[in-house]
Write a protein that binds this ligand. Sequence first.
Ligand code: 4LM
Length: 411
Amino acid sequence: MKSLHRESLVIHGGESPTDPHGALVSPLYQTSTFVFPDAETGGRRFAGEEAGYIYSRLGNPTVNLLEQRVAALEGMEAGAAAATGMGAVAAATMAFLKAGDHVIASDCIYGCSFALFSHLFERFGVHVSFVDMTDAAALASAFQANTKVVFVETPANPHLKIIDLKKVGQVCAKHPEVRLIVDNTFMTPLLQRPGEFGAHLVVHSATKYLNGHGDVVAGVITGSLEDIHLIKMTTLKDMGATMSPHDAWLITRGLKTLALRMEKHCATAAVVADFLVAHHAVAKVYFPGLKSHQGHGLIGSQMASAGAVIAFELKGGYQAGVQLLNQLEMIRVAVSLGDAESLIQHPASMTHSPLTPEAREQAGITDGLIRISVGLEHVDDIIADLAQSLQQLETHTKHTPQSEVTEVENV
Ligand code: 4LM
């Protein structure tokens, strides 16, 4: 199956046509437990002496198909499905950590990943250094004798900072005891395969593009057979953040259109980014597709495309951002990304509110930053909605007494 194109792997990856009725679509095994033919077989399965399902927290055929499909897409040997993206991040990292260990994480990551590392890990005696990984020397000097995990998110949530995975991979290769774990949520394996640059494990919030329909929260981890076995037998099995068969079935269904969806998401986002750049109410646009973007040069080598998430700041700062969101008619004000619906949100008060103001400043997340996940609607409708809201902003600003528009005047 590895020889198929990724556009085919989203449909066929990991499949084994074993259904006794010849069903085209793999059935949903909506069962909590599996009946053993006899007591001895049950014992052998528990002992790991015989293959076979036991209980859905330990494995389920519907979940297993999704795991193998995402692994095939990432070019990895095996996969483990988790109940949420955070379940995947926690299970993948904690399987390799114990009290006294050290983690290096990129300085701009999803808010709850930051909370897990900086709040929870510290409570269990694991110290985390947040490092600007665009600086390979800073990464190299952050290693300690007890460093066990390097965690990278690229493009970074929310402002799409790009980290050069090849450089990070080269630095990590000097520390064979360290696991390099990359969160590939924003790219999907269709646009970026971190394993090609030395990542040992790749995690996803499958809630986003992989599922793509806004009706599931889920996560997936891919890596070597050995690492995935360890994760399944320790953190996933015993902390229990495993995926439900129904969610796996929905994601497997959603995955079939991933290639088509990504093509459309990305094409539309490029046009929306150009619109924002040209708009006089917009102060700054963060989108890897723009030549001015810090990571633009890695498109074509590390990433096949810029993706479909854009961050921007308005000249009117926070106040204007809030107004922009409130005046939108079609675009939905909501966190999450990768859905058919365009979603817009304010990271400082929403997805990245778990960061302290100091951590947000270090990560470059300003109070005026807005993030939009460009959906699958017609590009003209997305732009028209943004334009009408920006227009109202200007009208409002023009008619507002000067004392109330200090933020506009200050920019
Ligand atoms: C959001 N993100 O940004 P679950 N990794 C990355 C993410 O963006 C997320 C997760 C992991 C957003 C959720 C509200 C790069 C989530 C965590 O939400 O646990 O599936 O994924 O809007």
